[in-house]
Design a protein around this ligand. Structure first.
Ligand code: DER
Length: 232
């Protein structure tokens, strides 16, 4: 449909503009990264490019292997050239909500060690303020034994509500690729996101938040008409 076409257009633009020979690439997680990896694999084959890929989840790892791309890791390449990933929502200052797919922790690590962090998204993610379109809250990865006190501290200090993310095709809570739980924090006002992000990270038991502040270098939005608009 229209959103799928928009994702594909954004993916193509990102790969065309940022992938070249002899690079270390970070591969994000979710659905928009799929056309990114497909286009990347096409270019690698057609142009005989030498690129190595660091995954941000089991899903991304499978995608890299299924497309015959070369896997590597942060031990061998502690700094990446480009990381490409999706987002659940992007605001006018390119702050992101990520983690809808539960992969936020490795995504933030890989994005954080990349010289350039490129986001690909369809028009539904393009908001003025966080929370306008994405209504599932900010994902927060927590150590399982602490999720109740973290929930209490979070909602007492910052309001809103937080709920443990339950699995759909497995009994019990979602367990991340890192063996942790996820709280989805449904905030109820516009916050000073940089301060709130730092404060949430300090709550004992919090591993990572799905707030990506001052991280995205460029965002490619696939639009309803199939065009692409880039924001930096
Ligand atoms: O879960 C994640 O962090 C994903 O990258 C998410 O932010 C984007 O997923 P989508 O491309 O399927 O919308």
């Amino acid at each position: 449909g229209m959103a799928e076409e928009a994702k594909r257009a954004a993916a193509w633009a990102a790969v065309e503009n940022h992938v070249k020979n002899n690079q270390v690439l970070g591969i994000g997680s979710g659905s928009t990264i799929v056309p990114v990896v497909h286009r990347l694999a096409e270019r690698v084959k057609q142009e005989n490019l030498n690129v190595v890929c660091i995954p941000t989840s089991f899903q991304a790892r499978q995608l890299i292997l299924q497309n015959d791309l070369s896997l590597t890791d942060l031990d061998r390449h502690p700094e990446l050239d480009v990381a490409i990933d999706g987002a659940d929502e992007v605001d006018s200052d390119l702050r992101l909500i990520k983690g809808g797919g539960g992969c936020l922790t490795q995504e933030k690590i890989v994005a954080g060690y990349a010289k350039c962090f490129v986001v690909v998204a369809d028009y539904r993610k393009n908001s003025k303020n966080l929370g306008e379109q994405w209504k599932k809250g900010i994902p927060i990865e927590v150590i399982p034994m602490a999720y109740v006190p973290v929930t209490r501290a979070l909602t007492r200090r910052f309001g809103g509500g937080a709920e443990l993310r339950m699995a759909a095709r497995k009994a019990g809570p979602v367990v991340t690729d890192n063996g942790n739980f996820i709280l989805d924090w449904k905030f109820d006002k516009i916050h000073k996101w940089n301060e709130v992000n730092t404060a949430i990270k300090m709550i004992p038991g919090v591993v990572e938040t799905g707030l990506f502040i001052n991280m995205a270098d460029v965002v490619y939005f696939g639009m309803e008409d199939g065009s692409v608009c880039a924001r930096q």
